[in-house]
Structures are given as structure tokens and as C-alpha cells.
Write a protein that binds this ligand. Structure first.
Ligand code: F6P
Length: 378
């Protein structure tokens, strides 16, 4: 069979540090190892549907390794099967997958590398059924993609969150306050747990363990009784109180996942101030975690995955997402990734480490953990 000579790439979903590093790695490997041409669709699947793209050769990717964001632009609304189109004041949703296929064919492409999170993988699974030869490549700060042990973007987000916690620690100490730091991560607590551990958080609340307000206030009071008159609480945006709901900041009708989370830290602060005699202050880090230069770890991971995706394209291993498992590169069927999330589990070493070092995970230390992880098990 003829070797692939011309491929398209796109970046979909929320951006993250490392996207430019992966674009650069793909373009460089394409030229260096395989003499392949690369074009980049703009704004994720939207560019493929609307035939908007740029040519990419090595001079186009020179100097972008360390840059945040994506030179291709991205969109977390461009589902080819449910593409939002404004008609009057309202959106209607159209299946534009066939236009995407026609554009792909008319451009003479042999493969598509779809770089994205669960939404992009779900769209890619559908486009594969329409006949597109796709290799998936995982990214997201949330680290919640099933099938891979880590996504690039996560380590950079952890670094930014940890730096913020370090800064909040000194002011918390000076003013004898409880500082509540809310981090992104959607329905998974990886960023909260990782940055909480790295930043020395006293209480870490993740979406997988609905928190017990009394246990949280007991932890703050206990620290006080030991002369520690400040506390750092790190909370994931998808967290909720036992018997409570996640806090939805807004709903975006034309997005595949309409829910945008945010604000649980304010709710916790209001609840907690009624139970303790200490002021609480809230910092919501939000999109700060998505910006900035990728860490060295993310640059290397993105570069490895970009190279691996090219190898898979060359070998015509379509329908797979390249992945990192136990430190090695492998791949998993895109269909198996779509629609699944990888959440924190009670078995994870970071959970055990937190508990052994006296961190409160939002419930009393004697609370059976497998019961607490209701979300992860449902
Ligand atoms: O998936 C990445 C992420 O940053 C989540 O952590 C967050 O919940 C969401 O995207 C925010 O999306 P938007 O950029 O549409 O506000």
C-alpha cells in the first residue's frame, strides 16, 4: 500500500500548554523521517468543516516549542455531527460531517491527526465511521482522558497552581486566614490533588470525594489547637458537598459539554465561616492554568507523542489514540476512549500519600475511602 504523503492536523477542545510543542514535533518528524507534507486546520474540526487551513513546514514551527496556546487555534464547540449555526437569535445544530469528509478528500489527504481531549476523541470516533483515517493524540490540563496515564498540559497546570498556592500560603500565614484555592479539572480531581500535595495544602477536596463540611471545619480547628492559625484548602471546580450539587457557573448551549463549572470555593467559604472563627478568602485560578509556557516535562511528552503519532500514521494504524502507559508510548482504540473519563481512585498513590501525611481529603480520616469515592465508582 502507498505510504501516506500528505496529512492534516487539528487541535480541538480547550487549549493547554504543549500544543505548539506537539504541532512542531509532528511537522519536524513528518519532514525528517517521512518526507510528508502537513497542513493544519484552523480552530479544530471547524477548520475541516469550513476548509480553513494553513500549510505547515519546519520554518512555520520554528520557535514555537515554548509558546503556550496553539498556533492553529481551537474550538470546544465544533462537533461535526452537531455543528452550531446561528439562525436569527438561536442556534440550530447541523450534521456537517459530510462536508468535512469532502474537504479532507479534495485536499488529497492520507490521514488526520486529531489532537484533543474527550470531546475531540468522540468527534473523531464518529468521523472514522465516515471513513476518515484518524490517529488521535491526547491533551488536556485536566488529565482525565481514559487510556493514557498522563496528558501533556497537566504538568504545566500543576506548576502554575502550585506557584499560586505557594504565594497564598505566605499571606494566609500573615493574616491567620483560611485560603481556599479553586482549580480547574472538570469532573476529575487530578489538578487539585497534585497541586494540593505539591503546595502543601492542608485540606484537598476533589470531585471524586463529596466533602463533609464538619470534617473540613474540624481539620481547621484542629490545626488551630496546634497553634497553626491558618489553613490552605485546595478544591477542584467539580467538587460538591455531601448531599449537595456541583456549582455550575454557566451553561453554553452550543458546546458538546454545555456545563461550565466554577464557584464551589465561594460556597465552601460561606459555609465554613459560619463554623470557624477565622476569616476565609477565595481565589479561583480558572483559565490561568491553561496559559503560559509548557514545563520541560510537557514539552518532552508532547514531542514524544507527536513523533509517535507520525509513526502510527506511516504504519497506517488508524483509529488509535497514542498514549502513555507506565512511561512507554503505546496506543488505544479511539472508540474506547470516547465518552470515558479517567478519575482519581482510592488506589492512587497520591491519595495514599495525602492521607499518610495528614492531609484532610474532605472527610474524617477514619471514613472508609472506597465509600467516599462515590463518583469514581458510579
Ligand atoms: O478541559 C479544560 C478546561 O479548562 C476545564 O478544566 C474547564 O472546566 C473547562 O475547560 C473550561 O472551559 P472554557 O474554556 O470553555 O471555559
Amino acid at each position: 500500500m502507498k505510504a501516506p504523503k500528505r496529512i492534516g492536523i487539528l487541535t480541538g477542545g480547550g487549549d493547554c500548554p504543549g500544543l505548539n510543542a506537539v504541532i512542531r514535533a509532528i511537522v519536524k518528524t513528518a519532514e525528517h523521517d517521512y518526507d510528508m507534507e502537513v497542513i493544519g486546520f484552523l480552530d479544530g474540526y471547524e477548520g475541516l468543516i469550513q476548509n480553513r487551513f494553513i500549510d505547515l513546514d519546519v520554518k512555520d514551527v520554528s520557535g514555537i516549542l515554548s509558546q503556550g496556546g496553539t498556533i492553529l487555534g481551537t474550538s470546544n464547540r465544533a462537533d461535526p455531527f452537531r455543528f452550531p449555526v446561528l439562525q436569527g437569535d438561536d442556534y440550530v445544530y447541523l450534521d456537517r460531517s459530510q462536508e468535512a469528509v469532502l474537504n479532507f478528500e479534495s485536499l488529497g489527504l492520507d490521514a488526520l491527526i486529531a489532537i484533543g481531549g474527550d470531546g475531540t476523541m468522540a468527534a473523531s470516533a464518529g468521523m472514522m465511521e465516515r471513513g476518515l483515517p484518524i490517529v488521535g493524540l491526547p491533551k488536556t490540563i485536566d488529565n482525565d482522558l481514559w487510556g493514557t496515564d498522563q496528558t501533556f498540559g497537566f504538568d504545566s497546570a500543576l506548576g502554575t497552581a502550585t506557584d499560586a498556592i505557594d504565594r497564598l500560603q505566605t499571606t494566609a500565614q500573615s493574616h491567620h486566614r483560611v485560603m481556599i484555592v479553586e482549580v480547574m479539572g472538570r469532573y476529575a480531581g487530578w489538578i487539585a490533588l497534585g497541586s494540593g500535595l505539591a503546595g502543601g495544602g492542608d485540606i484537598i477536596i476533589i470531585p471524586e470525594i463529596p466533602y463533609d463540611l464538619d470534617a473540613v471545619s474540624r481539620q481547621v480547628k484542629q490545626r488551630n489547637s496546634l497553634g497553626k492559625n491558618f489553613s490552605i484548602v485546595v478544591i477542584g471546580e467539580g467538587a460538591r458537598a455531601q448531599g449537595g450539587e456541583m456549582v455550575v457557573k454557566k451553561r453554553i448551549a452550543n458546546s458538546p459539554d454545555t456545563v461550565r463549572l466554577g464557584g464551589i470555593a465561594n460556597q465552601l467559604a460561606a459555609q465554613l465561616e459560619g463554623l470557624i472563627n477565622i476569616e476565609c478568602r477565595v481565589t479561583i485560578l480558572g483559565h490561568l492554568l491553561r496559559g503560559g509556557s509548557p514545563t520541560a516535562y510537557d514539552r518532552i511528552l508532547a514531542t514524544r507523542l507527536g513523533m509517535e503519532a507520525l509513526h502510527r500514521v506511516y504504519n497506517r494504524e488508524f483509529g488509535k489514540m497514542v498514549a502513555l502507559q507506565k512511561g512507554s508510548l503505546t496506543c488505544v482504540p479511539i472508540k474506547e476512549v470516547a465518552g470515558k473519563l479517567r478519575k482519581v481512585t482510592d488506589e492512587h498513590p497520591w491519595v495514599k500519600t495525602a492521607l499518610s501525611t495528614g492531609v484532610c481529603l474532605g472527610v474524617d480520616p477514619d471514613h472508609p475511602l472506597d465509600d467516599a469515592f462515590v463518583e469514581a465508582k458510579s
